[in-house]
Ligand binder design. Structure first.
Ligand code: FRU
Length: 549
């Protein structure tokens, strides 16, 4: 068999080859999960005119079988590319896809597609009615700034709504369109959101969550008592996703933010992930009654590397998503099906104390495919370093200045993964606790500056503040998924996530090492540590991936 590339992930979603970007139209239909994605069938780079919808199906969101592309640029309304969009399960139970086409005039329009045969359990073929586009380019929107229709939701008036990104008379806007029949769409005068501050936004997602900290998900059309909404937007300027929790009013089609003090500049909203992901999209998983989020993690090496490998881009593991009790912040956790890949397990003795400078190796598993869960107990916050208010605005910079190798008071402590035997290469995922105005602030970082000896790779420190009261809880948990070129971390039970792409050189010739460490003067206790080697999932290779249940 063909050798797998040393960077190729073993359980993150990838097509067998070529370029992928945004997650498109994820859905659960008729006992099967469908995942579509922006795909260039002709090569390993994004190519403006050559985007199709790749299509895979799964019984468990972990193992995937690749099908033929579902939507290709073949008609006047999409001949120059089939860009991002979403799936909706219609009232009769059949799915529909809305997507952006780049038409014969190179203008962005919104198109509709249906399964050719809704009884086909795999929904292999999709039909694009000739009456497309269903939403032509509006007169006040430039031809290159009108895209990414969301999953539709029903208002109490029985009309469908979708959100679409557009620049309207120079203002970045999230428009709402309404329809009675899913074919004829009318624009609401007021946008759901608009701002002059950040430039064009993309890939809007508006979805309901349970308002009181319960983990169960809601159908996209859910509304009423006990329901909050989340508006997520992707900002081209920073290539980052941001969200705001709020109240959605289906009479006015307006969104009232729960944190108005963050303003309309989306770049000041909250982040799903402080690392390298973009264009996230969620869906309601009716089988397991949860909301699941997908996001694209691009490569961080060069285009020449992409071409040499023959592929580019992965998806994060699907994440369960819910609203924290605080009503403002989302929590995320890898879907539990990932745990079916857990094989050999190793641990550390319970209550291992890590003194200043401690580095305990976690031995016994192949580290390139691993799942580590660790709980740190902080006996004393006495030595916490003082934090200047200026730093609150730039946690990423703080992670750079106060890296894993810079000794602190409480922390840095955490994991070192993908380390070469001589530690010249390593990736550090860690926490550091600061004192600020009689309160404590917890910083979470993934520091890539030493992740690879190679030049020409993007190796920033990533980071954000974790919204917990460490004084009261005294414990902070970390879960890190390692998958060859991905280090995906969940801090404080999913309150802060950092996804990073790593390209260590040593893996060409030797194994990686993993450590738990403390580089603060205050002791830290590892109350529990479990690490599993993960089996490779079947992702778009052969046809064993297909689990029909
Ligand atoms: C986001 C995006 C979308 C667009 C797609 C094209 O990454 O730019 O706005 O529909 O990618 O591939």
């Amino acid at each position: 068999s063909e050798g797998r590339h040393v960077r190729r992930t073993a359980y993150h979603f990838q097509p067998a080859k070529n370029w992928q970007n945004d997650p498109n139209g994820p859905m659960y239909y008729n006992g099967m999960y469908h995942f579509f994605y922006q795909y260039n069938p002709h090569g390993a780079l994004w190519d403006i005119g050559n985007l199709s919808w790749g299509h895979s199906v799964s019984g468990d969101l972990v193992n995937w079988a690749a099908l033929d592309t579902a939507i290709d640029p073949t008609a006047p309304f999409d001949i120059n590319g089939c860009w991002s969009g979403s799936a909706t399960i219609l009232r009769g139970g059949t799915p529909a896809i809305l997507y952006t086409g780049i038409d014969a005039n190179k203008e962005q329009v919104q198109n509709l597609a249906f399964p050719k045969n809704p009884a086909d359990p795999l929904l292999r073929e999709w039909h694009k009615p000739s009456y497309n586009p269903v939403i032509p380019l509006p007169a006040d929107v430039p031809g290159d700034k009108f895209r990414d229709p969301s999953t539709a939701w029903l208002g109490r008036d029985g009309l469908w709504r979708i959100a679409v990104s557009a620049e309207v008379s120079g203002v970045a806007s999230t428009l709402v369109y309404r329809s009675a029949d899913f074919v004829h769409w009318e624009r609401n005068d007021a946008p759901l959101h608009s701002s002059r501050a950040a430039g064009m936004v993309e890939c809007p997602d508006l979805f309901p969550v349970k308002a009181h900290g319960e983990e169960g998900g809601l159908d996209t059309s859910a509304s009423g008592a006990g329901v909050s909404h989340v508006l997520k937007l992707s900002v081209m300027d920073t290539l980052q996703d941001y969200y705001m929790v709020g109240r959605y009013d289906d009479a006015a089609d307006a969104f009232v933010p729960a944190e108005p003090e963050r303003g309309d500049d989306v770049r000041n909203w909250r982040r799903f992930d402080y690392g390298h992901v973009y264009a996230a999209k969620s869906f309601f998983d009716a089988r397991r009654n949860r909301r699941v989020l997908w996001a694209w993690a691009n490569e961080s090496d060069s285009q020449a590397d992409d071409v040499a490998r023959g592929w580019s881009g992965v998806q994060t593991v699907p994440r369960k998503l819910w609203l924290d009790k605080d009503g403002k912040q989302l929590r995320q956790w890898p879907i539990e099906e990932i745990e079916t890949l857990r094989r050999k397990r190793v641990g550390l003795r319970r209550n291992t104390m890590l003194s200043a400078g401690a580095m305990n190796e976690i031995v016994g598993i192949a580290e390139a495919q691993a799942d580590v869960e660790v709980a740190f107990r902080i006996p004393s916050l006495e030595e916490a370093e003082a934090l200047d208010s200026n730093w609150l605005l730039d946690p990423q910079k703080l992670c750079g200045e106060k890296g894993a190798s810079v000794p602190g008071g409480v922390g840095p402590f955490g994991l070192i993964v993908m380390a070469s035997g001589d530690l010249q290469e390593h990736t550090a995922v860690f926490f550091r606790v600061f004192r600020h105005d009689d309160k404590y602030k917890v910083l979470m970082c993934t520091d890539l500056t030493r992740s690879s000896a190679r030049a020409g790779v993007y190796k920033p420190p990533y980071g954000g503040f974790v919204d917990i009261d460490i004084e009261e809880r005294k414990t902070i948990k970390l879960r890190t998924l390692v998958d060859h070129s991905v280090v995906e971390s969940y801090g404080a039970e999913g309150r802060a996530c950092i996804t990073a792409r790593v390209y260590p050189e040593h893996v060409e010739t030797s194994n990686s090492h993993m450590f738990v460490f403390n580089n603060g003067t205050d002791k830290v206790k590892v109350t529990k540590l479990e690490a599993w080697e993960l089996a490779a999932a079947t992702v778009n290779v052969g046809d064993e991936g297909l689990i029909v249940s």
